[in-house]
Design a protein around this ligand. Structure first.
Ligand SMILES: Nc1ncnc2c1ncn2[C@@H]1O[C@H](COP(=O)(O)OP(=O)(O)OP(=O)(O)O)[C@@H](O)[C@H]1O
Ligand SMILES: [Mg+2]
Length: 422
């Protein structure tokens, strides 16, 4: 009998208490959790540890190894995918057998697959945003050189991220990483997605007893149009006239609205000298999240981090610190002084604003996602202050938000400009 070998990244359980010599289907450990999930070819189980919830997928060795390697590489490239935590090998004599290996990933809290959403409530008012998030995920993976080969409604997870939607890749069994993808490879991946999505929509219709003609089997094509638009938006070079520079921030904002961060803009004079070439380089989506983590140690998703960082800036401004004098101070020193000031403000923000507010939210409400609830409150404070024509102040605004029943964000009206006709 073969002895399973387990590779686990540090900071996680060793998973040695699980019965790896058995199929995960036969497990009866009290760690098992029953959680919603998408349709899958392989067996998937959720297990609960003190360190968090993990997802175990049983599959043949080759596929598991590819899944693990690609997910690890995507993490290094900061592309949006689930986090691979471990790989279990040699569970069974035959490495081609279904249960010869297992992949362990970190469970993405508060996430659902597109398939589950479409089987249930549907997109509703967030349709455009959901489509943009799905297409945005493919753009990011393609920018990272990842050919997926199996993008489907079950293989894309989403979670609410303040008022944005964050889409994540799950299942990289068929994925391949290249230094760069050709237009043909990208197109092939999109074609596979369109077929998979149509199949998923047809299955959903069938399971509901709805006629196939009524199923939205063109949904994948709509996603493909979003993808094309977003790909052009993030990679194309635009010639703009010198007096049209106002278009630059507008374009950056459009990308930000779709969840992208523009880290760099190259403004290159063209030969005519009157026009500029604009080329936004789209940075990783966790730009603000890493900044927040650096400053406060708080782990938030990208949209939440954007809101929390503006709260820190708001807090720092309300502290009314004296501006640093430039006299006799070299620019670099000034920058580091400013950074230090902001770092101190972030520490005080944490103890004076974030911790008291999160404590109150925990005590006075039944919200289980405290970060999201705090973002809801920040949004409320902004609108209430705006309506009052004055800054309400943290305590007053917080009480008023509790009194109002802790309202969240209104669904975002539109995620992309009308003129693109999407
Ligand atoms: N890390 C995770 N966090 C949350 N849910 C997950 C995670 N991993 C898997 N799931 C859920 O389990 C389902 C199946 O996982 P996965 O797609 O990896 O299995 P599969 O058998 O390879 O699927 P396929 O049939 O597409 O090959 C997903 O659709 C998702 O709902
Ligand atoms: Mg899958």
């Amino acid at each position: 009998m073969s002895r399973p070998s387990i590779t686990v990244r540090s900071g996680h359980p060793d998973f040695l208490d699980l019965a790896w010599e058995q199929s995960i289907v036969d497990w009866d450990t009290p760690r098992l959790l029953s959680l919603p999930k998408g349709i899958s070819r392989h067996e998937v189980r959720f297990v609960d540890y003190e360190e968090g919830i993990y997802v175990i997928k049983e599959l043949p060795y080759k596929a598991a190894l590819n899944d693990y390697r690609v997910l690890r590489a995507l993490e290094r490239l900061e592309a949006p995918a689930v986090t691979a935590v471990g790989l279990v090998e040699e569970r069974y004599g035959d490495p081609g057998a279904e249960r010869s290996a297992a992949l362990i990933t970190q469970y993405v809290d508060f996430s659902f697959s597109y398939r589950e959403l479409l089987e249930g409530a549907g997109f509703g008012e967030r349709r455009r945003q959901m489509l943009a998030a799905f297409a945005g995920l493919l753009v990011e993976l393609h920018l990272a050189g990842c050919f997926w080969g199996d993008c489907s409604l079950s293989n894309v997870l989403f979670k609410h991220d303040a008022m944005a939607i964050e889409a994540l890749m799950v299942d990289a069994e068929t994925a391949q990483l290249h230094p760069e993808l050709s237009a043909g490879q990208r197109q092939h991946d999109i074609e596979l997605m369109v077929v998979n999505v149509a199949g998923g929509m047809a299955d959903i219709a069938a399971s509901r007893g709805v006629d196939i003609d009524e199923a939205d089997i063109c949904l994948g094509e709509e996603m493909a149009r979003w993808y094309e638009w977003l790909w052009d938006e993030t990679t194309s070079e635009t010639i703009i006239a010198a007096n049209e520079r106002y278009r630059i921030p507008e374009r950056v904002r459009q990308l930000n609205d779709l969840g992208f961060t523009v880290d760099e803009i190259d403004l290159i004079p063209t030969e005519e000298g009157t026009k500029l070439r604009l080329k936004p380089n789209v940075g990783p989506r966790n730009h603000y999240a890493s900044r927040l983590r650096q400053m406060t140690g708080i782990e938030a998703s990208e949209w939440q981090a954007r809101h929390l960082l503006s709260d820190i800036y708001h807090f720092a401004a309300s502290q009314g610190g004296k501006p640093a004098s430039t006299a006799g101070v070299r620019a670099a020193a000034l920058v580091s002084k400013k950074r230090r000031g902001m770092a101190l403000a972030a520490i005080r923000w944490r103890t004076e604003r974030w911790e008291p507010a999160s404590r109150q939210i925990r005590e006075k409400t039944d919200q289980d996602n405290i970060l999201q609830a705090y973002c809801d409150f920040l949004n409320y404070r902004f609108h209430a202050s705006n309506a009052a024509g004055a800054d309400l102040g943290q305590e007053v605004a917080l009480q008023s938000w509790f009194d109002a029943g802790c309202p969240g964000f209104a669904p975002e009206p539109e995620a992309a400009p009308h003129q693109h006709n999407l």
